[in-house]
Design a protein around this ligand. Structure first.
Ligand SMILES: O=c1[nH]cnc2c1ncn2[C@H]1C[C@H](O)[C@@H](CO)O1
Ligand SMILES: [Zn+2]
Length: 362
């Protein structure tokens, strides 16, 4: 008898997370304690449950720009080395406890300079935190490996500097690069020099595109910048036409993205909050998965969405009636898309993922 697909069983299944923001995943208790330690007075509440609800409600704004305003509070308490180490360590432990075996966690180093830390010190502190957290998780019986993605904020015009930082740290905890922040008005080609530099350096990157802006953003990210993966990318559905008789036609861009197997880092709960999708039922995840796009399941911001990777899988499974075969397929989609070398990927697939899903189906 196959194990029923429940939230509890999904939590025990090995999962791979490609799109999770460090500053969107703090524990509410940690936000409160760090704020107290540095004398930050602007928190909307110092009660854990009230603060957790405040983040979810404020992020549930229907606009990416308003959603992003909530990060002022988490970023404010992440300005010292100790705070960074703690936040990264807890992140690794929380993901491991949720059954994540490999995560690429992203953050923007340029946001953590206000307390006097240099960019390289920020990255070293966070790498130390991820390592500490992974060691603690292993002692608690959950094995996880965390790689960092360095984001440049689209509005700050520091992309090349951050890309160089990512390359400097690529053998020390950093696996790639991304651009984040407001999408409308900040097209990916504004950061073209950074992407050209990364390609010349054989370094990996993904690009947030097709979340708060549509097809032109995805087109630039793929065709001009040469992105390996697309952060969100759900608006690729705008290039898919379904006729009255149910027949489906893909436009050139959608066909290219699907046929090249370009991974989509989908984050349904976040999309509901920013107004990119109306509901789980209407989220393009189901359509894209059905058409053979390389879809993956992600959290984006666990604090702002009150979610985990397991809860996202659970909601998708109940909405689209997915079983273990589907959950394993999305997990394999993710591990095939990571910025790790082939040996490490293969070891995770053969030694961890496949045996676990075979057991769940048995
Ligand atoms: O979904 C998102 N789209 C664009 N930017 C985002 C999203 N979620 C978080 N960010 C921003 C806010 C964070 O401060 C920054 C780096 O993690 O990335
Ligand atoms: Zn994101």
């Amino acid at each position: 008898m196959s194990t029923p697909v429940t939230l509890e069983a999904i939590r025990r299944a090995p999962k791979v997370l490609l799109h999770d923001h460090l500053d969107g995943g703090l524990r509410p208790k940690t936000v409160i304690e760090l704020a107290e330690a540095v004398g930050y007075q602007e928190l909307p509440s110092t009660d854990e449950a009230t603060l957790a609800k405040w983040f979810r409600d404020a992020a549930d704004s229907g606009s990416l720009v308003r959603y992003l305003e909530t990060f002022a509070h988490t970023v404010a308490v992440m300005q010292t080395k100790d705070a960074l180490v703690r936040v990264a360590s807890e992140c690794a432990q929380d993901l491991a406890a949720d059954g994540v075996v490999y995560a690429e966690v992203r953050y923007a180093p340029e946001l953590f300079e206000a307390g006097g830390l240099k960019l390289d010190e920020v990255v070293s502190a966070l790498t130390e935190g991820f390592e500490q957290g992974s060691a603690a998780a292993e002692s608690a019986g959950h094995r996880i490996r965390v790689g960092a993605l360095l984001c440049a904020m689209r509005q700050n015009d520091r992309a090349l500097e951050i890309a160089e930082l990512a390359v400097r740290h690529r053998d020390a905890g950093v696996v790639g690069f991304d651009i984040a922040g407001p999408e409308d008005g900040f097209p990916p080609t504004r950061c073209q020099a950074a992407f050209d530099y990364l390609r010349d350096s054989n370094a990996h990157f993904t690009i947030h595109a097709g979340e708060a802006y549509g097809l032109p953003s995805i087109q630039e990210a793929v065709a001009r910048c040469g992105t390996e993966r697309i952060g969100h990318g759900l608006r690729i559905a705008d290039d898919i036409t379904v006729a009255e008789d149910g027949s489906v036609t893909l436009g050139r861009l959608a066909a290219y993205v699907r046929d090249r197997g370009i991974p989509l880092e989908l984050c349904p709960s976040s999309n509901l909050q920013t107004g990119a999708a109306e509901s789980f039922e209407k989220h393009p995840f189901g359509q894209l998965a059905g058409l053979g796009f390389r879809v993956t399941v992600n959290t984006d911001n666990r604090l702002m969405s009150g979610c985990t990777v397991s809860s996202e899988f659970d909601k998708l499974a109940s909405t689209f009636d997915y079983g273990w075969d589907d959950i394993e397929r999305f997990t394999l989609n993710a591990i095939e898309s990571v910025f790790l070398d082939l040996d490490e990927r293969t070891a995770l697939i053969e030694d961890v993922i496949k045996p676990a899903y075979a057991a769940l189906r048995a």
